[in-house]
Design a protein around this ligand. Structure first.
Ligand SMILES: [Fe+2]
Length: 423
């Protein structure tokens, strides 16, 4: 595996504190199956005043130390560059180390502040692209704006930024929010790489394998392997040097899986797809409706009402972060509609915030009733947390992080008018 983001270089940022620690981290990377690590010290003017001039001799020295310690890890060199206008002079001076070139662009690891995406970030990135520098955005899944709203990262993908997800975030080690976002971003139609962002041997370790395995559960083993080998190799190939046999082998493997260079026409087509893309469509799927046991209307005394509703369909328009995911229609004659992650549910919504059996919609008298099924994250109707509530056409239902607009749709328009009159 190839790791394009780590903080091994000692005493240059918040990564390794000593050479001894740095070597231990390198050995841990090797033990984890990593063959090539790109050291990426922070460049954050005013906090970490690093530059190529400062990083290069340290990287060279570390390479020598690895050789002396007989640790079989090859290293490359780049930097994790904090988004700031202050980086423009550094770029002018050639003091920002890039990963390498891809499709005519120098690839640069770009970091947003963790707390937010600054206003004007798009304008600065435009300037970078004008200079033929393409950012690969470091750990977008951990940015608090992105955690609040997945849509926040979409414009940057549309601009052509690449994405670097953190292996440990994808494995759940950064908590629920980054975990969820990493899983979602993993399915974006964008160029993506998985990396460790290793800082130490305690909480932020040089482990890539756990992320690859987590990714494989979502996108399959081959695509997950690309995230830690073929894709990173595409941008660091020019740096990979050393034993001829070693690099010849790497080259042979990469050529078999090489990502074709994107032509202008293909890029335009990809951007059109991105704009029309439903970002969460692959994380929220539905099953064909299963027929849940119908309520025994003759015993419950609601035969007339069930009959009245039997020609109706309940329509669930499901969104997350304002993005419409899918619309699901279920015939009310079923009497009961289960919503949850469980595959036997009538409406299956995958997501960490959705319980296996989250809620149930039942026909109750002349009304519809929604009931929480002791879900972990609860249920809201029109913003109010409830255990049970009537549900009417147009009501907004919230299950975990999922918004559902509920409506009723008759099989023909007159039936809809009758139902509206009864509300
Ligand atoms: Fe980092």
């Amino acid at each position: 595996m190839i790791d394009i983001h780590c903080h091994f270089l000692p005493e240059i940022d918040d990564g390794a504190k000593t050479l001894e620690q740095a070597l231990a981290m390198a050995q841990a990377a090797v033990d984890n199956g990593i063959i090539f690590s790109v050291v990426t010290p922070h460049i954050n003017p005013g906090r970490y005043d690093n530059s190529l001039t400062k990083i290069y001799p340290r990287a060279k020295s570390f390479r020598a130390a690895l050789k002396a310690a007989q640790i079989p890890l090859r290293i490359g060199m780049a930097a994790e560059v904090r988004l700031s206008p202050d980086i423009l002079p550094l770029l002018d001076e050639g003091e920002i180390p890039f990963y390498g070139e891809l499709d005519g662009f120098n690839i640069m690891l770009l970091e947003f502040p963790h707390t937010h995406i600054p206003p004007g970030a798009d304008k600065l990135i435009d300037k970078l692209l004008d200079r033929k520098i393409r950012p690969i955005i470091a750990h977008p899944e951990r940015n608090k704006d992105v955690i609040r709203s997945l849509n926040k990262i979409v414009p940057f993908v549309e601009m052509g930024c690449h994405l670097q997800l953190t292996a440990s975030a994808l494995a759940g080690r950064f908590g629920e929010g980054p975990h969820q976002r990493a899983r979602e971003i993993l399915q974006f139609d964008a160029f993506k790489v998985l990396a460790t962002d290793a800082h130490n041997l305690k909480a932020r370790t040089p482990e890539l394998e756990l992320g690859k395995l987590a990714a494989a559960e979502i996108i399959g083993a081959e695509a997950a392997d690309d995230l830690v080998y073929a894709n990173p190799l595409t941008i660091v190939r020019s740096q990979m040097e050393g034993s001829e046999a070693f690099w010849a082998s790497a080259e042979a493997r990469s050529s078999a899986k090489q990502i074709p260079v994107e032509t202008a026409d293909k890029k335009q087509a990809r951007l059109r797809r991105l704009r029309a893309h439903d970002w969460r469509r692959r994380t929220a799927t539905i099953n064909d409706p299963k027929v849940a046991p119908a309520t025994d209307s003759s015993k419950s005394g609601v035969a007339t009402n069930v009959a009245k509703l039997s020609g109706m369909k309940a329509v669930f328009t499901i969104s997350i972060d304002g993005k419409k995911l899918f619309k699901k229609k279920v015939d009310l004659s079923k009497g009961k509609i289960i919503i949850g992650r469980h595959p036997d549910s009538d409406i299956v919504i995958h997501g960490d915030f959705i319980s296996r059996r989250h809620a149930v919609l039942t026909v109750a008298g002349d009304m519809l009733k929604i009931s929480d099924l002791n879900s972990k994250n609860g249920m809201r109707v029109n913003g109010k947390k409830v255990a049970t509530s009537k549900l009417q056409d147009g009501d907004r239902l919230t299950l975990g992080a999922c918004d559902i607009v509920f409506s009723l749709e008759p099989s023909n328009s007159p039936q809809r008018e009758v139902l509206s009159a009864n509300r």
